[in-house]
Design a protein around this ligand. Structure first.
Ligand SMILES: [Zn+2]
Length: 53
């Protein structure tokens, strides 16, 4: 099932799989929140996620 993260900055990051969601979230962090690079583990990212509508 697709999942998404509602980032506090207003961006919605989606992925069709856990791996894709984590990759997309890490890419979003790199581009939008470079100060947080390396501070969000895969587990943290998945814990923030919810099922996409
Ligand atoms: Zn963001």
């Amino acid at each position: 099932m697709a999942k998404q993260i509602n980032c506090p900055c207003g961006e919605v990051v989606r992925g069709e799989t856990d791996d894709e969601l984590v990759a997309n979230a890490e890419e979003h962090i790199r581009t939008a929140h470079p100060e947080q690079v390396g501070q969000r583990s895969r587990e943290d990212i998945l814990a923030m996620s919810e099922d996409a509508a």
